[in-house]
Ligand binder design. Structure first.
Ligand code: 13P
Ligand code: SF4
Length: 310
């Protein structure tokens, strides 16, 4: 049996394929990726690739976004069950109904939502550009933010917009990273910088208490965390997000001093993608991600707006 890594690399060449992988992917999947990043960088890369086939090592909503940006390419996901609890927390008809209650409202949908939700939203955003998008919306238009309540609370806090209405969804991994978890690791690691993903439920309260606790806190997307470690080599870091990010940082900077805030913060959906499934995906060209054109056309508008905010 030839080595699986070699087989993946051979098939990738044969198919004219590119592997885009999210920062939470398993170490062995990260190792065969052509590009690793957060949701925003992956969308930008998907928009610009000239590969014929895109294998998306991530969760379904990410592959759907790539498919909408590449209607003429074959976008594959190695496991169609790679979902997300945020996606499951809201349907397009919920958004339409909410919009009817706020006719002047502007809907901003976190990228962790279905393509049908994106199609009825005004903007899509990621954790990397959400504050910029919300800040660009005129103050006389209320913002309807879906579906992550923790990211919504953080955006409301940093923009100071109390006309931001927030849907009540959450990520099952980051919701468990509470204020108590963050305060405890901050106290146990006094000199470390605390890097917090805004999907964590404790984000706003730890920011408010940072001075009192004497802790340096930085809130960012997963790629922002990789950059923060790169830019500050001398520091040690506690990372409050899914633990795959630790592998991602150590790929880039093997001697980085990084520890997870919560060891059990593991996304079962992200971890469904294995090297073997990536191999089968390339071998059998499975599973194609296709979005009906009427939905894709509408979703492309809100996704393209997102790409303008870097
Ligand atoms: P990033 O865009 O920061 O990588 O986050 C994606 C995600 O799913 C976080 O749980
Ligand atoms: Fe969704 Fe949370 Fe997994 Fe990210 S970590 S893909 S938000 S369930």
């Amino acid at each position: 049996m030839p080595d699986l890594v070699e087989e993946v690399l051979r098939l990738k060449r044969e198919r004219g394929a590119v592997i885009l992988a999210h920062n939470y992917q398993r170490r062995e999947v990260q190792a065969v990726a052509d590009f690793l990043g957060d949701s925003l960088d992956l969308s930008l890369e998907a928009a610009n690739t000239d590969a014929r086939v895109v294998v998306f090592a991530g969760v379904y909503f990410m592959a759907e976004t790539a498919a909408v940006l590449n209607p003429d390419k074959l976008v594959l996901i190695p496991d169609v069950k790679a979902g997300c609890t945020l996606v499951d927390s809201i349907r397009a008809e919920d958004v339409v109904k909410w919009k009817r209650e706020h006719p002047n409202g502007v809907v901003v949908a976190y990228i962790n939502s279905s393509i049908e939700v994106k199609a009825v939203s005004d903007y899509v955003c990621t954790s990397a550009n959400c504050h910029k998008i919300v800040e660009s919306i005129p103050r006389d238009r209320p913002v309807l933010f879906v579906p992550d309540r923790n990211l919504g609370n953080y955006i409301r806090y940093v923009t100071g917009r109390d006309d931001l209405y927030i849907w009540n969804g959450a990520c099952y991994v980051h919701d468990r990273i509470t204020y108590d978890v963050l305060a405890r690791v901050a106290m146990e690691n006094g000199n470390s910088v605390l890097l917090v993903h805004p999907e964590c439920s404790g984000t706003v309260d730890i920011l408010k208490d940072a001075g009192k606790l004497g802790v340096r806190v930085k809130v960012s997307s997963t790629q922002g965390m990789v950059r923060a470690v790169e830019e500050s080599r001398g520091d040690s870091f506690v990372i409050a997000t899914e633990t795959g990010l630790i592998d991602r940082v150590l790929r880039e900077i093997p001697d980085a001093k990084v520890a997870p805030a919560l060891r059990s913060a593991v996304c079962g959906f992200m971890k469904l993608i294995t090297l073997d499934k990536v191999y089968r995906s390339l071998r059998d060209l499975v599973y194609p991600v296709r979005v009906p054109e009427d939905i894709a056309r509408r979703a492309r508008v809100s996704i393209t707006r997102m790409l303008e905010f870097r």
